[in-house]
Ligand binder design. Structure first.
Ligand code: SF4
Length: 429
């Protein structure tokens, strides 16, 4: 029998939300290409954008030395509307050249960006036109990674949501895991589910286009990433039913995530306990060791990755931290409800950003740790505040039992560094 920690007497699901709509400090959705191109091994991401977009991708994703790259930028110079016909012809020509040179590409994503010339271009029609030309070998889809209205994790959401309408239909009762996890983590999840007797299990995105899942009214899906609101809606439009659960961060989060799937698929309680008790106990022990440094410390989340609410739940419930403010770019009530139920009332829950006002609140609270975007971390560090870059959390394997202590370590490291710096300073004085 699996006994989970009790829910707080009052959670945050019905807490008032501070909504701010001011200046934001976030990366754009193109960033998602960095992890998506590693996950989807026969996909290519062609950004239709400016030199700025090309620089962002090159500097963030680096150059692939040992393998052919799976992303690139078609740079669109400034054009008036009369030049758009040429732009379409140029795009068709570039795509034809790319696909002729790279027969390994089976899925091509045209990724829109925010320069005005790109916004004028109808990439959806371009994708439809190019699919007709290059079918059946290559499917061409489009989505926007524009920085105008997205946070950086929305790039993955837009990509997966674009894939959903093109997935084949099925009447089969299957579980669909949704969200790009590193292969090693995905394998751990699939192994646990197999041992629970849950199956068949499909993944979106799949590693290769030949393994793309089918979807239909008997599909039950569960998100592995909390930032997939559009994909969630797109799957429901295909008739698939969501499984509501906290996210698999930490020992408790992973257990509750698996328990929600187990309940849906009728896994007996003794089998659930037999499969999860061992890894859960190991994860709890490993997290407790790292949490020594976090216990009693305060944390402030600025809105950035959309992982903020599940991470705040993990840090408050499993690591003994106190959340001052949990800021998130978007608060999806249905997706975040199970997480908010677990967080004891107290922290300010904020949605959106007005960066100066939020920085005022950080300075007033002087939390032990601030989780924020890269652009804010250095200024806050210079004011003596410890910070954690939110973007690191999507580049590091942090889901499921085996990674629970690594997740805690990501937050403990800046506190250790600050303690060492403080000790060195004292010694020098
Ligand atoms: S999509 Fe927009 S924000 Fe992102 S790199 Fe290109 S120009 Fe910059």
């Amino acid at each position: 029998m699996t006994v989970l920690p009790a829910l707080p007497a009052t959670g945050c699901r019905t807490a008032p939300v501070l909504r701010e709509r001011g200046q934001r400090e976030v990366f754009c959705g193109l960033t998602g290409i960095i992890w998506l191109h590693r996950k989807m091994q026969d996909a290519f991401f062609l950004v239709v954008g400016s030199r700025t977009c090309a620089h962002l991708l090159q500097s963030a994703a680096g150059v692939m030395i040992f393998a052919e790259p799976r992303f690139g930028t078609a740079i669109l110079e400034e054009k008036d509307l009369a030049g758009l016909a040429d732009a379409n012809t140029e795009l068709d020509r570039e795509v034809a050249r790319l696909l002729a040179r790279r027969p390994d590409i089976r899925q091509l994503f045209l990724v829109g960006s925010c320069p005005s010339e790109v916004i004028k271009l109808d990439l959806q029609r371009a994708a439809e036109r190019l699919t007709v030309i290059h079918a059946p070998h290559v499917r061409v889809l489009n989505y926007s990674g524009s920085g105008i209205e997205t946070t950086f994790t929305q790039g993955e959401d837009a990509c997966l949501a674009a894939m959903v309408p093109a997935l084949p239909s099925t009447e089969a009762r299957e579980l669909l895991l949704v969200g790009a996890l590193p292969d090693v983590v995905e394998d751990q999840a699939l192994d646990l589910l197999a041992r629970l007797g849950v199956g068949p299990v499909r993944c979106l995105p799949a590693r290769r286009s030949g393994d793309l899942p089918s979807v239909g009214p008997n599909t039950r899906f569960i998100l592995a990433q909390p930032f997939l609101g559009d994909t969630h809606a797109a799957l429901m439009r295909r008739g698939a039913q969501p499984i509501a659960a906290p996210f698999p961060f930490g020992a408790e989060g992973t257990t509750r995530w698996l328990a929600a799937i187990a309940a849906e698929f009728g896994v007996p309680a003794d089998r659930f306990a037999a499969v999860t008790d061992g890894p859960r106990a190991r994860a709890e022990r490993a997290v407790a060791q790292v949490a020594e440094r976090l216990r009693g410390k305060s944390v402030f989340f600025m809105p950035d990755s959309q992982l903020e609410v599940p991470l705040a739940r993990f840090l408050t419930r499993e690591c003994g931290m106190t959340a001052v403010e949990i800021g998130t770019p978007y608060l999806h009530a249905e997706i975040m409800g199970p997480e908010l139920d677990l967080i004891a009332a107290g922290p300010t829950i904020s949605e959106g950003q007005d960066v100066d006002r939020q920085l005022d609140r950080v300075r007033a609270a002087r939390p032990d740790l601030t989780v924020c975007g890269l652009g804010l971390a250095n200024p806050l560090e210079s004011e003596g505040l410890s910070t954690k870059w939110a973007i690191e959390l999507v580049f590091t394997p942090v889901h499921m039992y085996e990674q629970a202590a690594d997740l805690a370590s990501l937050f403990a490291r800046p506190l250790r560094r600050r303690a060492l710096l403080g000790a060195a300073q004292e010694a020098a004085e």
